[in-house]
Design a protein around this ligand. Structure first.
Ligand SMILES: Cc1ncc(C[n+]2csc(CCOP(=O)(O)OP(=O)(O)O)c2C)c(N)n1
Length: 277
């Protein structure tokens, strides 16, 4: 798939539609983690519409870029992205949450849903898988790049920092990590549970090319990914400041929406805000 140049207005329109689809599926199939999904919409939309070298019709061709959703509980938005990108028929998403469906809270192991590279959901494990893919590419002289999307609470896991050290010591310039820094975890403020700041300086001190951006701003996402690719010595991290629940006023920065499912009234309020009705 050749990477297209898509205007920010179009990316925003796609983002709004995917917010609608994710909230609808959550409402109808009782799928949680809405706040976590809404904070990373722009990052995923930019990656899948403007960055990753992928082919929905040949989802496992050898030289494809790899994307690992290390914050695996964000799977409901990734499933919508993959459906909209035609990796599979979007009608399949009507089975979400049902017995026997592969569309639940987390991505299943590869081979069940086209475009899914790794089963994730146990936080701290997707990034080491991405690291292995990047190291494999370097050893085998392959040109693909590997991307991983992490969450801030996930950075409390020791495996994140072991992987960060290993990637830097192997100069994995073909690896880009994005952190969905929405400042919340499941049960509270990230800084109150285990302080991460100064997060940018931590990654710098681990030997990473480090940038900090607004994770809802397509220009900043685009420029940071361009800078990441220019660096041919170090792995790159992009700390994306985001808002949990972004896009729906009563969900924004309200961590109840980590687990809550929108009821009928809340769903209809959300539709109004997204100008769907
Ligand atoms: C190893 C592990 N422990 C606990 C959980 C349960 N859990 C799911 S989401 C979540 C909070 C994650 O917060 P954060 O990483 O900041 O992501 P956010 O939802 O805020 O994007 C937790 C603790 C898990 N999935 N994996």
């Amino acid at each position: 798939m050749s990477v297209e140049i898509i205007k920010n207005e179009q990316l925003s329109k796609i983002s709004k539609y995917l917010r609608y689809k994710t909230i609808k599926t959550s409402h109808e199939a009782s799928i949680p983690h809405l706040g976590s999904c809404l904070s990373c919409v722009e990052i995923l939309v930019y990656l899948y519409w403007s960055e990753l070298n992928l082919d929905p019709l040949k989802s496992s061709f050898e030289d494809r870029d790899r994307f690992i959703l290390s914050k695996g509980h964000g799977a409901p938005i990734l499933f919508q992205v993959l459906a909209e990108r035609n990796f599979f028929d979007s009608d399949l998403l009507k089975t979400a949450g049902e017995n026997g469906s592969y569309f639940h809270e987390h991505p299943p192991k590869p081979g069940y849903i086209p475009g899914i590279e790794a089963a994730t959901g146990s936080l701290g494990h997707g990034f080491p898988i991405a690291l292995g893919m990047a190291l494999g590419a370097k050893i085998n002289n392959k040109s693909y790049r590997t991307y991983a999307l992490l969450s801030d609470g996930e950075c409390n896991e020791g495996t994140i920092w072991e992987s960060a050290m290993l990637a830097a010591s192997n100069s994995l310039f073909n690896l880009t990590v994005l952190i969905d820094f929405n400042k919340w975890q499941a049960t509270g403020r990230s800084k109150e549970i285990m302080a991460l700041e100064p997060l940018l300086d931590k990654w710098k001190s681990f030997g990473w090319h480090s940038q900090e951006i607004d994770g809802h701003n397509f220009n900043e996402i685009r420029n940071s990914l361009i800078n990441a690719k220019k660096n041919e010595q170090q792995p790159s991290v992009i700390i994306a400041n985001t808002v949990k629940g972004k896009g729906i006023s009563f969900m924004e920065d309200n961590n109840n929406w980590h687990y809550r499912i929108p009821n009928k009234n809340e769903f209809s309020e959300a539709l109004k805000e997204l100008e769907i009705i």
